[in-house]
Design a protein around this ligand. Structure first.
Ligand code: ZN
Length: 302
């Protein structure tokens, strides 16, 4: 247990999020607008998150498929360490779990270091990345590190609202509910694949960015999955109800960067809070309404 904790803290330290020498930062008084005054890198030209504007995304047919290794097999239901670090709820895998990603544009295998969350104080924002300016209620980051020193890739999954609870998240949320502050460490057997979209193909957006928290280190490969995971308003309250009511950074300027994708994205269609795409349904309703008006006018005139 001690070794596990030590490993976790070391992993943490490599991300620069728990160094005692790091100046204080948060999401309120010392929030994202103040970060560049204290951390030079936070005003760099390759910062994260970004708005993924689908009309600017470049389809790259040469991108290899993304491989999410060992996440979805039974032997990954292993012991994790959950805690609240004062900024987010974060889970560290067992050092023996060897979860990793490869493929895409990655030149080597990247191993999972931690999983953590970004949320908002109401259900209509909370994500860090946006797609065509659409905000999502929750975003989870899977931080991976390569064998080469200081080489990171973050896999990002966005959540969408649905009317009913996503039963797959219940185990996780019961743990999240107990991580009230940084003094609580919980060991728990957890199947991390429940935080991934259920589709077999994992289409993705890819760009070069930074950590979204101070010191905002750049040179991070970002892989944002195109498919999302559903969650209900009630389930989200478990995040917004803890000691940090919101913890997302707004999208940063893209500058000269390119966003690649292994598929041809269509403009993001905003869905209603209950998961029903309102465009198609509403358009059909509007058409029927217009048709009724035409028929009524026709009958009145003749
Ligand atoms: Zn993050």
């Amino acid at each position: 247990m001690l070794r596990l904790l030590l490993f976790s803290l070391l992993s943490y330290s490599t991300l620069g999020e728990l160094r005692s020498s790091t100046p204080h930062w948060d999401y309120q008084r010392h929030g994202p607008d103040a970060w560049p005054h204290v951390f030079d890198a936070c005003e760099g030209d390759a910062q994260s998150p970004i708005d993924i504007r689908t009309s600017h995304v470049k389809y790259d047919s040469h991108l290899a498929p993304l491989l999410i290794n060992s996440y979805t097999t039974n032997n990954t239901i292993s012991v994790w360490n959950f805690t609240h670090n004062g900024h987010t709820i974060i889970a560290y895998p067992s050092p023996l779990s060897r979860l990793s990603i490869s493929g895409a544009s990655l030149r080597e295998v990247y191993y999972l270091v931690n999983v953590h969350f970004h949320w908002g104080y109401h259900p209509y924002h909370g994500s860090e990345h946006t797609i065509d300016s659409t905000k999502f209620p929750l975003e989870v980051h899977f931080v991976h590190e390569a064998r080469s020193p200081n080489t990171y890739a973050v896999l990002s999954v966005l959540f969408t609202l649905q009317r009913h609870d996503n039963e797959q998240l219940n185990d996780l949320l019961s743990i999240v509910n107990q991580t009230i502050n940084a003094s609580v460490w919980i060991e728990y057997r957890f199947d991390v694949s429940r935080l991934l979209p259920t589709t077999s193909t994992k289409h993705f957006f890819l760009y070069n960015g930074s950590f979204t928290v101070p010191p905002c280190t750049e040179g991070i490969t970002w892989i944002v999955l195109a498919k999302h995971v559903p969650i209900s308003v009630d389930q989200l309250e478990i995040f917004s109800g803890n000691s940090v009511p919101s913890n997302f950074r707004s999208p940063q300027k893209l500058s000269s960067r390119t966003i690649l994708a292994d598929f041809e994205p269509e403009p993001y269609e905003v869905e209603s809070s209950h998961g029903t795409p309102h465009s198609t349904a509403n358009h059909a309703q509007i058409s029927m309404f217009s048709l009724s008006i035409i028929i009524v006018s026709f009958l009145t005139n003749y």
